[in-house]
Design a protein around this ligand. Structure first.
Ligand code: PXG
Length: 469
């Protein structure tokens, strides 16, 4: 088929050829891509995207964990247009500012709940999650330098965490494949185990017992590094790219106890979890812990335009601002007026449609209930959700929880059936995960679950034919 796309009148094949010739994609084996040809996504509406062959896909990944308000929102386009015609860009370096950035910082400060003695009055802006985590490293080190403790350099993170793809982001992350390329992590970043009960829980151990044990790895690491050398602990509330790893309820309170005991800073990387995804504006509120710095990006604009940043808690802001003088750090696009204007319009939608409340309330309950029904599928175990993120494990034997071999690439088999049957669902090893737009209706939740079940059935058939089950 030689379908034409309205935007450019190039055939799918022509686009694929040009794509292969010129476009280096993120995290892609280009030899492999060239043989298949990239799927060309051309348009979108609501929870759907369409490709250049006219195939309609239910986008259960919200683009890439971003499009929380769904596609096709005219007010976001209008906000960008209006701002571009008024002031498309000006920097905020040399004692200048702009109105959308000021308004957005003020609004985010008001949305970030105060917990205990921690409040968030200040925001630092970047254009992505990775940059924001680089900024975190700079801010954390500056903070301890200003307090006369320059030896506190070590940041502790977790294996299988994702904190971005820049030098610092990839180092903070705990992805072994990323560390294997380019001599990462950079010095003074170290990792502990993740709170993945399904994989690491011991026979007879409850989830909460495991949660305490997993949090205890932080204390062990602090003691082995030397408490006076540790600057901060960084973690995602729920690991996203790592496969939607939802920690047991006991985990976060114990982490808080440990960071408090040793006085180290806590960074909550909420690039995926903030802005309603877990039913709250910020996810630390859901788990009841008290971060000093909160990384955000993605859904702050619902992905319509790049924007990221760090909510800087009063503990750090006070030192940086009152004692710091000039902080020699910032980006051309810190506080970009168009990105901030789109973010404000995005927050307007989220507030008007009460999206966090929706996820926390009846709609979230309905999603959780329907999703948990997948546990009755012969291939599935540990199907669980939190707000509007969800994961499940594909298993060879449901009773013994025997897992597939890595070489079986069972996640990729399932992902292929999802795609060829109109569903975008992500595979992480043997885990299948989703993070749908927060606007889902009951009917869309039903449709999503029907599509997932269909893909699981087809996966089961294929695995059976191959003799793998
Ligand atoms: N922190 C977290 C928690 C993230 O999920 C980043 C930082 C980096 O953000 P930027 O904007 O620099 O990409 C992320 C990004 C996946 C996938 O495979 C996840 C992300 C990015 C790309 C792929 O699930 N998360």
């Amino acid at each position: 088929m030689n379908a034409m796309t309205p935007q450019n009148q190039l055939s799918t094949q022509e686009i694929q050829t040009l794509d292969s010739a010129h476009f280096i994609h993120p995290f892609t084996d280009h030899g492999d891509l060239a043989t298949r040809g990239a799927r060309v996504i051309t348009r979108s509406e609501g929870v759907y995207v369409w490709d250049s062959e006219g195939e309609k896909l239910f986008d259960a990944m919200s683009g890439l964990w971003c499009v929380n308000v769904g596609y096709g929102r005219q007010t976001l386009a209008q906000a960008a247009f209006d701002q571009m015609m008024t002031l498309p860009f000006y920097n905020s370096f040399f004692q200048t500012t702009n109105v959308p950035a000021v308004k957005l910082a003020t609004r985010l400060a008001a949305l970030a709940p105060k917990v205990g003695d921690r409040s968030f009055e200040h925001v630092f802006f970047s254009s992505s999650g990775s940059e924001s985590n680089d900024s975190n490293v700079r801010m954390v080190r500056r903070y301890w330098d200003l307090l006369g403790q320059p030896q506190r350099k070590v940041i502790i993170s977790r294996h299988n965490a994702y904190h971005g793809s820049t030098m610092a982001g990839a180092s903070l992350g705990g992805m072994s494949g990323m560390h294997a390329q380019g001599d990462l992590p950079i010095p003074n970043i170290t990792h502990i185990g993740q709170p993945y009960f399904f994989e690491d829980g011991k026979p007879g151990e409850t989830a909460d017992e495991f949660g305490l044990r997993a949090a205890g790895w932080l204390e062990e690491k602090i003691l082995s590094v030397g408490p006076d050398k540790v600057a901060a602990f960084i973690a995602e509330p729920i690991q996203g790219a790592g496969g939607v790893i939802i920690p047991p309820a006991s985990y976060w309170p114990e982490i808080q106890r440990i960071v408090d005991k040793y006085g180290i800073l806590l960074i909550s990387d909420e690039v995926i979890c903030a802005f309603g995804r877990l039913g709250h504006w910020f996810a630390y509120e859901k788990f009841g812990y008290k971060p000093d710095l909160v990384t955000f990006a993605k859904a702050v604009t619902s992905g319509y335009i790049p924007l990221g940043g760090v909510m800087v808690g009063n503990r750090v802001a006070k030192v940086l601002i009152e004692q710091g003088g000039e902080f020699n750090h910032g980006y051309t696009y810190s506080g970009h007026p168009v990105a901030c204007a789109v973010a404000l319009a995005n927050l307007d939608i989220m507030e008007a449609e009460q999206l966090p409340q929706r996820v926390k309330g009846e709609m979230g309950d309905y999603f959780a209930k329907r999703y948990a029904e997948l546990n009755d599928h012969p291939l599935v175990t540990a199907a669980e959700s939190c707000g509007f993120v969800a994961g499940l494990v594909l298993v060879k034997n449901k009773l013994t929880k025997e897992r597939f071999n890595e070489a079986d690439a069972v996640g990729m088999v399932c992902r292929r059936h999802c795609f060829s049957n109109g569903l975008i669902m992500r595979a992480v090893g043997d885990r299948m995960i989703i993070a749908p737009p927060l606007t889902l209706t009951h009917a869309e939740i039903d449709e999503l679950l029907r599509l997932i079940r269909q893909a699981l059935d087809l996966t089961q058939q294929e695995l059976h034919q191959k003799g793998l089950i």
